[in-house]
Write a protein that binds this ligand. Structure first.
Ligand code: KIV
Ligand code: NA
Length: 264
């Protein structure tokens, strides 16, 4: 079996060719992504994308483990990173380690990701010093939607830049092997990428990052409204709707099952 890409290999990609990352939540989608991406993220976006939840707040560690196991079964080459869900790591470094160790042990994934800047740095250090690679996540952090007052692009006012820069620097210094930078203006993404020694992986954060990530279902056109930072590389939602409509019509007019589909 091919050995998977490791956290040190991703860390070494700073300033090199862009890192390709996508989310996946299921084995077949992970298999598709595995051929093309270095990183597969089992994002807590799965709460909205596949479970119909209103936000990521209700996602549980059991959900992350179940989807993490599926993604590991479907892939063999990419590094699999699993999001720590809301409530599973914020209380203390010890709580974070206990839950992250469970995620690592029960899935076999290569790393966990957790949201937060300077305030989470001690937790990032606690995990990395004990053998759990951590991907950071700064800028717009969806799990903090209630305190941030919704999803807002960060860094529009330059007086917010020092705090955002400090967040990224502290997470990197604490040992994160890479950092997702979400929902920030291009000029701030540029500053953050220059300020940290590990790769930044952008989403809604311009091309001034060391890599890019998107929610797979968004870029495939399987979700409804998508924000400006998403490009729909396909329209699978339309293709699926057309196919289901054709099936329904064929059942109703008895053209399906056809001769070729029947056992004699
Ligand atoms: O949950 C998720 O899919 C994410 C990425 C969008 C970075 O955190
Ligand atoms: Na996430």
């Amino acid at each position: 079996p091919v050995k998977r890409i490791t956290a040190p290999q991703i860390a070494a990609r700073k300033g090199a060719t862009p890192i390709v990352a996508l989310t996946a939540y299921t084995a077949p989608m992970a298999a598709l992504v595995d051929s093309h991406a270095e990183v597969i993220l089992v994002g807590d976006s799965l709460g909205m994308v596949v479970h119909g939840l209103p936000s990521t707040i209700g996602v549980t560690i059991e959900m992350m483990i179940m989807h993490g196991q599926a993604v590991m079964r479907g892939s063999h080459r990419a590094m699999v990173v699993i999001d720590m869900p809301f409530g599973s790591y914020e209380e203390s470094p010890q709580q974070a380690f206990r839950n992250a160790a469970r995620v690592m042990a029960e899935t076999g994934a290569g790393a966990v990701k957790l949201e937060g800047g300077s305030r989470m740095a001690p937790t990032v250090r606690f995990l990395t010093e004990r053998g759990i690679p951590v991907m950071g996540h700064v800028g717009l952090t969806p799990q903090a939607t209630h305190t941030m007052g919704g999803f807002k692009t960060q860094g529009r006012e330059t007086d917010s830049w020092p705090a955002h820069l400090q967040d990224a620097v502290d997470v990197a210094e604490a040992g994160a092997f890479s950092i997702v930078v979400e929902g920030v203006v291009e000029a701030l993404a540029d500053r953050i990428t220059d300020a940290v020694p590990v790769p930044t992986i952008g989403i809604g954060a311009s091309a001034r990052c060391d890599g890019q990530i998107l929610v797979l279902d968004d870029m495939l056109g399987m979700t409804g409204r998508v924000p400006r930072f998403v490009h729909r590389f396909a329209d699978l939602g339309r293709a699926a709707d057309d196919a289901i409509a054709a099936y329904a019509a064929a059942v109703r007019d008895r053209s399906f099952p056809a001769e070729a589909n029947v056992y004699r």
